[in-house]
Design a protein around this ligand. Sequence first.
Ligand code: AP5
Ligand code: MG
Ligand code: ZN
Length: 225
Amino acid sequence: MSKTVLILLGAPGAGKGTQAARLAQALGLPHISTGDLFRANLAGGTSLGDRARSFMDQGELVPDELVLEMLFDRVAQEDCQSGYLLDGFPRTIAQAEALEARLEGLVPMVIDIQVPDSDIEQRIVGRRMCKECGAIFHLTFNAPAQEGVCNACSGALYQRKDDTAEVVRTRLEEYHQKTAPLIAFYSERGGVSAVDGRQQPDLVFEACVASIQGSGHGSSHGVNS
Ligand code: AP5
Ligand code: MG
Ligand code: ZN
């Protein structure tokens, strides 16, 4: 079976995590979010978590060497043999080049979820996440049935420490300066599928599936929308 590596690009709050959870299920691939991996390290009190903490709290990118070691450890695991879905990685040209070297000629499929900056603060400040299963909610756009309680597992919902109007400004600056150049990087290689992230989540999902099927990657993984 051919290997599929799918990269979701997009600004903070564009909906990468929301779509990645659904796409990973539809494609039967593991969902790998470097943000989630760092948050697990923070919660677990590891030294990696300690080193990443101040960058994350301030909305700055964590230095490439910390990210790369963690990510490459993760994708070396057995469940990534036939591919994986990357959410929040790569975030810099150096990370993209390191991934390219590791993929040894395999060209990733890249989807860019586009949402204007003017929509981002509301998305970020209203987000609530489940402590237990990581499900993503929004107080207005995707409210849980019961306040503070996860629909999927009844776990408690919390607000990320970096989800404030102040920190989101730095996160957006970091995105435009360091991550947005990846659109040109991948356009010069296998191409980038742009998806309008302002639509309802179901429509964003359908657009992602259509671009995966159009690329020929969906068939080898029996994409199931
Ligand atoms: P990370 O966790 O990756 O955060 P991010 O990129 O800022 O993205 P978010 O998780 O905030 O947004 P999302 O696009 O996943 O949106 P979501 O689906 O949740 O990274 C956090 C930090 O870790 C970084 O700042 C950095 O410090 C560090 N880090 C991580 N990876 C790194 C790397 N590779 N290199 C260096 N540092 C790294 O949706 C957002 C909200 O909108 C939710 O409430 C959701 O319900 C709602 N929503 C989603 N879709 C829609 C829709 N279509 N319409 C309306 N609302 C919607
Ligand atoms: Mg996310
Ligand atoms: Zn849950």
